[in-house]
Structures are given as C-alpha cells and as structure tokens.
Write a protein that binds this ligand. Structure first.
Ligand code: G6P
Length: 613
C-alpha cells in the first residue's frame, strides 16, 4: 500500500526522496509524487503523476524542474478514494500551498469534514479523502502558524486511520508527521533526519530509528527530531538500531525479489529455529510462554489474512494433532465483526508478516478487549501488532520485498510448529523421546528445502505448458489442503490464472463439473494415511481430461502411472511437510508468471501491506 517519506537535512531532498520511494515500490502503488521546500526562496514545489516512479523521474528531468531544497516529502499512492490520476496523486495541498501533505490510510469522515470546510469557504479539487484533512489542518494552521497546535486540533476531528507527513509554508526546514493505525518511523542521521512508512526506505542512510506510537506527532528539523503526544506535550522516545542488512533489500543477482526470497527460505527457517533453540530444546520464555502459561490455555484462535491465514490453517491441523487442543483459525476481516462468546483461557495467535495489516490489527485489539491473551507471530520488528500484542514470537525472515510472500510464510510455519510442540510437551501430549526426535527433524528442513530448489528447472520446464491456462485446481486433504490454499494463491496472485484450492473430498460436490481437457490439477500428497483417498480424486479428475501435476513425498508409489508430472519431495515428519510441499508450488506460480511475462514482484492491484480495510 501507499509509501511515505520525509527528509530534512543538508543534502538535496529530491534525489533522496526518489531513491527512498523506489525502495517502497514493492508495497504496490498507482501514482507517485514529491514536494520540495526551497527554504531560501520560501517556496514549495510539487511534482506528481499517475503511474510509475520512473515516469515521475523522467517528468522531473524533462521539465528541467528546479526542485532545489533540502527538505521535502514523498509518496507512492495506492488509490482508495478517487481513481488513480495526476490530480488525486499525493502530495495534496491547501489552496495557498500553506500546508502540503502526503497521507496513508483512510479519512472515514471526509464527507462531513468537506461539508464543514466548504461552509467556511474552502473548495476542493481532488476526489480524495486526504484533501479534506489537509484543508482542516490548514484551517487550524491559519490561526497562529503553529504546526503542532494545528495537528493536535485536527486529529481531534479526523476519524479513521492515517499517517500524515506535512510541510508548512511558514516553517521552512521542518517536516511534521503524525500516525494512527498506520506505520511511521523516524530515522536519525548526522545533521539530517527522515520519516518513512517502512524502514527499508531509509536503510541506506541510517539504521538508527524511532518507532512512533499511535497518535504521536514528530517534527524533523535537520538532525533534530522531536516527539509530542496528541495533546502537544513533549515525549521522550528511545532510539532503536535496525539490524537488517540493507543488502537484504537488494535483488542480489536474481531476476526478481520473489526468486531471491524463495532461495532465502532455508536461511529464514534456520534463523527462526535458532532464535528459540536452547541446546536440544526450544525455549519460548522470551515470548512469555512458560510451561505454566501453556498448560493454562484451553483453546486457540488463530487470526490472520492472506498467506499468514494459510500458515494458520496448517497450524490448526498440527496443533490439534500434536497438542490435542481445540483450534479455530479465522480470517481477521471476518473475526473482527463476529459476535461470538470468547473462552476465558483462550490464546489468540495473530500471524502477520508486516505486523500492520489493518484487519489483523483490529481483530487482535478485539481479542485483547475481551480479555484474551495475544501472541503475535510477526516478521517486522517494531511493527504495530508486535508492539501491541501481549507477547511476540518474531520470524526471522528478514525484509520481504516481493508482494507474494514466500520466506515469511515459511518462517510463520516454523513458529507455528514450535508453538505446537511446546504446547504438546508442556501438556504431556508429547513424550521426551518423540519431542527430541522432532527437534532433530525440524532442523533438517533447511537442507531439504535447498534440495528441492536444486530441482527447480524441472518446474520451470513444466510451467511453460501453462502459459495459456485459464484455470487450475489445487487438491489435498488435511495439511495438504492447507498447502493447496497457499499454492493456489501463489498461482492466482502473480500469474493471474484463476485458481482454487479444494479439499479433495469436496471435488464431487461441484468443482468436478468445471474440469475440461488440459485443465491443470495440482495434487498434494504428504500424509500417508490419506494418499489413497486423494490419489483416487486425482484419477477421477484425470479421467475427465485434467492434467495431473502431483507433489508427493519420496518413496510413495501412488500416481506413478496416472499423474502427468510428479515432483517428489524429501521425507520428513508429516507435521512439517507443508514446509517442503509449498516450495514446488511457489516455483510453479513464479515460473508461470515469468512465462506470461508478468510483473512478478509487483502484481497488478495488489499491495504488500494492506493497511486499510
Ligand atoms: C497482503 C499480501 C500477502 C499477505 C497478506 C497479509 O495481501 O500481499 O502476501 O499474506 O497481505 O499480510 P501480513 O503482513 O499481515 O502477513
């Protein structure tokens, strides 16, 4: 979703903002813009357009636009209110350019605000919700030229979620920011400072950052960074150090971030395992999960969106089987509006790569408000979900840039397996011998993932046959069904092939009528006791013309003669098989997208971090 940047320092701001915005492109956007404050001539210049950042760069170059100034703001927009257009692109301004701002989020009461402001003589030129907020801030700023009191007054009236970054004409050199339910960090450099919606945008300049809390306000003036609460009182904040390597956000020789991240999965799994492995045992005490706490849990809600939800579905099967504990896995966007009775001793497990997904955050708050303990499985350190959850288990996948998640999903699976093992052990459902065996086996996953990647060319070859595919089914039972969901999502989100995951037993209840000659049917078989059942569903699909592509655990004889293509994966403990079975499915989605010459890392209409409902 939208990316935001601010800079105040001694260097020319335009280049810094354009380079930083390029680092945010992966979040998904449809227009881009910057505003530069030339303090010498007391002039703010805005350049913006619909389309790619490259178009903005070229426009600036061709217009010979004089964007001189050492202070500015930048934005990549993902349209919510108002179509993608030059006019609706950010920055937006008040009529006399007294206030210029960029915004992430949604101003929910923008219609009422517009109405009120129109009565005060304001006119509106865009279709955005943002413009109403900018003009409201302008209205208060005109009272006494004080940005802090203008912001504090305005946020009392603005409803919704937001992160605003602003320039005020009569306060040269200053960049202001405020956030509510949308991420904003401040970066501290030497003689300069930054604001960003995402740490990867400023990593090349500084690793020293402040994480803003909800309703906090920040002011940059060169190297000086100050914070205020929503009433305008000064707030002291602690500086944190980002340990991510900025190299980790580069393609490193791969054609796409997605392929690079697919190859980083062994490392993501290893790092996540190591972070909680103490000797021969896992130790979740840093995540607040002592044996006593684990024993007290009566049931589990897993809450997430997208691929994180799919990791949750895997976790549901594993947790129920290993720890014998009831689990409900819920889409956050549904959970947040359910009117359900909560079990008092429940644990809510919130899974999110970004830690900023609006629905997931709201669902977590709902659980907390109902007195339920929350454990967040999150990849981005310092994200809102990580900070608001009672306890956090970090997946150590590093920065993930491709919109379609791969390594973060793999990290989430590992965190879920460990949680299941620890619950099972603490509750006496897993004896020591079996536990130690599983600890040894889980550590072999990175090696096995790499073994699968060594055979990626086989998937590439077969993917070429599906350039013109118009539909695909992914079938499986139990954990294999959960993997089918993720494989199917990978196919549809980057290849734009309509694809559905189907619990294999449901085929006969409708979907089978859609099978036509050559339709791709992907079968996943990793659970021995279910091989025969899923195999017969696949054979039924084949006899109706389907092309059967199977992912099967090595050693199985099933489908040997019937499948059109078999990809064998190494044997492992069946509870962990999703970590291996998903790899060929990620590769399949990737290679079909590449064969169709699509923008793999930035699929149309999608965003990496969905910070609005
Ligand atoms: C978006 C991304 C998905 C992700 C989902 C949930 O749709 O494109 O890859 O799974 O959001 O995001 P989260 O950051 O909460 O895991």
């Amino acid at each position: 979703m939208c990316g935001i940047l601010g800079y105040s320092g001694e260097r020319q701001a335009a280049e810094i903002l354009l380079d930083g915005l390029a680092k945010l492109e992966y979040r998904g956007y449809d227009s881009a813009g910057i505003a530069i404050f030339d303090s010498e001539h007391n002039k703010i210049t805005v350049e913006k357009n619909k389309g790619r950042l490259q178009t903005l760069r070229e426009k600036i170059k061709n217009n010979n636009a004089q964007l001189s100034g050492t202070c500015g703001i930048g934005h990549t927009r993902w349209a919510t209110h108002g179509e993608p257009s030059d006019t609706n692109a950010h920055p937006l301004w008040s009529d006399d350019l007294l206030v210029v701002a960029v915004h992430n989020g949604i101003v929910e009461n923008y219609k009422e605000l517009k109405q009120e402001l129109s009565e005060k003589g304001y006119t509106f030129y865009s279709q955005t919700d943002t413009e109403a907020a900018v003009k409201l801030i302008d209205y208060f700023y005109r009272e006494n030229n004080d940005p802090l009191s203008a912001i504090t007054s305005a946020i009392k009236k603005i409803e919704g979620s937001y992160c605003f970054v602003l320039l005020f004409k009569n306060n040269p050199g200053e960049v202001w920011g405020v956030r509510k339910d949308n991420p904003l960090i401040a970066g501290q450099g030497k003689g300069e400072s930054f604001l960003a919606s995402d740490v990867s945008a400023i990593l090349q300049d500084t690793r020293s950052v402040y994480y803003l809390d909800n309703m906090e306000i920040v002011k940059l003036n060169k190297g000086d960074v100050r914070f205020y609460d929503s009433e305008g009182h000064a707030v002291y904040k602690k500086l944190s150090r980002v340990t991510w390597d900025s190299q980790a956000a580069e393609k490193g020789g791969f054609e796409h971030f997605m392929m690079k991240e697919i190859h980083e999965q062994a490392r993501a799994v290893k790092d996540t395992l190591r972070s909680v492995l103490k000797g021969e045992k896992f130790d979740l005490s840093e995540s607040g999960l002592s044996d006593e706490n684990l024993k007290a849990v009566s049931n589990i809600y897993i809450i997430a969106c997208g691929s994180a939800y799919h990791a949750g579905v895997v976790a549901q099967y594993v947790l129920e089987d290993l720890a014998k504990i009831p689990v409900r896995v819920e889409l956050a966007s549904e959970f947040r509006y359910r009117k359900m009775p909560f079990e008092k001793n429940s644990l809510a497990v919130i899974i999110s790569q970004s830690g900023e997904t609006a629905d997931t955050l709201a669902a977590m708050r709902l659980a907390k408000n109902n007195g339920i303990k929350t454990l967040a499985i999150v990849n981005v350190v310092g994200s809102t979900i990580a900070r608001e959850a009672d306890n956090v288990f970090y997946t150590l996948a590093g920065p993930e840039i491709a919109v379609a998640t791969t390594k973060a999903y793999s990290g989430q699976l590992i965190a879920c397996y460990i949680l299941a093992m620890e619950l099972a052990r603490a509750r006496g459902e897993l004896d020591n011998v079996k536990y130690c065996e599983m600890v040894r086996e889980i550590q072999k996953l990175p090696e096995k993932i790499d073994e699968i990647l060594d055979e990626k060319e086989r998937i590439k070859e077969i993917a070429g046959s599906f350039i013109d595919a118009d539909g695909a089914f992914y079938l499986g039972r139990n954990i294999d069904y959960a993997v089918a969901m993720e494989g199917s999502l990978k196919m549809k989100e980057i290849s734009y092939v309509h694809s559905e995951a189907i619990a294999a037993g449901e085929m006969k209840h409708g979907p089978i009528s859609l099978i036509e000659r050559g339709m791709l049917i992907v079968g996943i078989l990793t659970q021995k006791n279910l091989y025969a059942k899923t195999a017969s569903n696949l054979i039924e699909a084949k006899s109706r013309g389907g092309f059967i592509l199977s992912v099967i655990t090595r050693g199985s004889e099933f489908l040997h003669d019937e499948a059109d293509f078999i990809f064998y994966i190494p044997e492992t403990d069946e509870h962990f098989s999703a970590s291996l079975a998903v790899i060929p499915l990620q590769l399949l989605g990737y290679y079909v997208a590449v064969a169709r010459k699509l923008d793999v890392d930035k699929p149309r209409n999608l965003a990496k971090s969905v910070t609005v409902e």
